[in-house]
Design a protein around this ligand. Structure first.
Ligand code: S3P
Length: 434
């Protein structure tokens, strides 16, 4: 599937984007490990979260749905999973694989984890390392890549782990293994990362301490089923936050968006660039802060992206690079080397597409420099990365000619129905089967 986009237009109206991907993965995992039945509303029916759901079904967990975002998970307790008959295929989902590594390391049975070509090229050494120190036995393909074989029946010990990179997936993996470990498991991170695992564990009645940047829990407890309300994903809302900010005449209201402080770097950075974004009706739903976000067109200017915002906006940089291309002046990003190991090398993939559209940019090892200016037309390659596809789709709002975005099938991993919703709001997009 590819997108074709006619240039111009703006974004108007109201919308609720699909549920948060990070929270949807965790809702299935913790619901499955809890005692009792958990109901999840607003679940993301995207391929990534569905792959996690299928993995737990394959381990004997009864799960009903999803139907209109509702999922009922009949938890089996921390020690109730069964050995799957086949390798668990996590598709494109790094979160699914890395978090599962942590909890599978503590099971009495062996498992194999695999995924698509993108996932099988992503580094897993970052979770194998701390898990091995905890006593896990994990074999990987060359270079710490999937597929992974996790040997069950190991006795895990709690450790303290000082994360070498700001990664919520590695942090969460250690904490989930900690549920099965003797004594205390604790982590410190070089910068705060999304804290959905900690919040949701507490929601399931499992004590987690966060003191002076150290997050810790004791093994050997249990989770009590609870109901979960998944907010709309700020990472999906981002495409419309940027789209409305760059297209004159735009005025959008995005409802029920998760605004967890560890996720709002995109709002902070856009506001620094001059965007007109306001948060309305702020409230807390199921332990996560939520708001309706109003965004109207405003002229943007280039900025030096503050280092402390980088981990808080890590998934939003592809779209932010489009904002930078439409801003007056230069935008500079450093400290974002993690972008090179996402679903694609997002620095290289975005730089290539921006160059195709005539936007001057300089690639850095850990970031990019983008000079704002006119955007032309052309054919963009996504490297099968959903966020690259959606970023260049919204770029059409300010392009001078038609944009074709090739290989857009992976958009369904995080944002099923993106083209339909974007068209309703005003993007001149068509999805074409190849
Ligand atoms: C995620 C953490 C981030 C993010 C990913 C989802 C999570 O990855 O990029 O999309 O749900 O924990 P890292 O932990 O690798 O930074």
């Amino acid at each position: 599937m590819h997108f074709t986009l006619q240039p111009g237009g703006n974004l108007k109206g109201e919308a609720r984007v699909p549920g948060d991907k990070s929270i949807s993965h965790r809702a299935i995992m913790l619901g499955a490990l809890a005692e009792g039945t958990s109901r999840v509303n607003g679940f993301l029916e995207g391929e990534d979260a569905l792959a996690t759901l299928a993995a737990f079904r394959a381990m004997g967990v009864q799960i009903e749905g999803p139907v209109d975002g509702c999922v009922t998970v009949h938890g089996v307790g921390l020690h109730g999973l069964r050995a799957p008959d086949q390798p668990l295929d996590l598709g494109n989902a790094g979160t699914g694989m890395r978090l599962l590594c942590g909890l599978l390391a503590g099971q009495p049975f062996d498992t194999e984890l695999t995924g698509d070509a993108s996932l099988c090229s992503r580094p897993m050494g970052r979770v194998i390392e701390p898990l091995t120190r905890m006593g896990a036995r994990i074999e990987s393909a060359a270079g710490g890549r999937p597929p992974l074989a996790i040997r069950g029946g190991q006795r895990l010990r709690g450790i303290h782990y000082d994360l070498p990179m700001a990664s919520a997936q590695v942090k969460s993996c250690c904490l989930l293994a900690g549920l099965y470990s003797e004594g205390e498991t604790s982590v410190t991170e070089p910068a705060p990362t999304r804290d959905h695992t900690e919040r949701m564990l507490r929601g399931f009645g499992y004590p987690v301490q966060s003191v002076n940047g150290e997050i810790s829990l004791q093994g050997g407890g249990s989770l009590v089923a609870c109901d979960i309300e998944v907010p709309a994903d700020i990472s999906s809302a981002t495409f419309f936050l940027v789209g409305a900010s760059i297209a004159p005449g735009s005025d959008l209201l995005l409802s029920h968006v998760g605004i967890n402080p560890t996720r709002i770097g995109v709002i902070n950075i856009l506001q620094l660039m001059g965007a007109d974004i306001s948060l309305q009706n702020q409230r807390e739903v199921g332990g996560e802060p939520v708001a309706d976000i109003r965004v109207r067109y405003a002229p943007l200017h280039g900025v030096e992206i503050p280092a402390d915002q980088v981990p808080l906006a890590i998934d939003e940089f592809p779209a932010l690079f489009i904002a930078a291309a439409c801003a007056q002046g230069r935008t500079v990003l450093h400290g974002a080397e993690e972008l090179r190991v996402k679903e694609s090398d997002r620095i290289a993939a975005m730089a290539a597409g921006l160059t195709t559209l005539g936007v001057r940019n300089t690639v850095l090892d850990d970031g990019i420099v983008i000079e704002g200016g006119p955007m032309g037309a052309g054919t963009i390659h996504t490297y099968n990365d959903h966020r690259i596809a959606m970023s260049f789709a919204i770029a059409a709002l300010r392009a001078e000619g038609e944009i074709t975005v090739r290989d857009c099938g992976h958009v369904a991993t995080s944002f099923p129905g993106f083209d339909v919703l974007a068209r309703r709001l005003g993007l001149r997009i068509s999805a074409v089967a190849d």
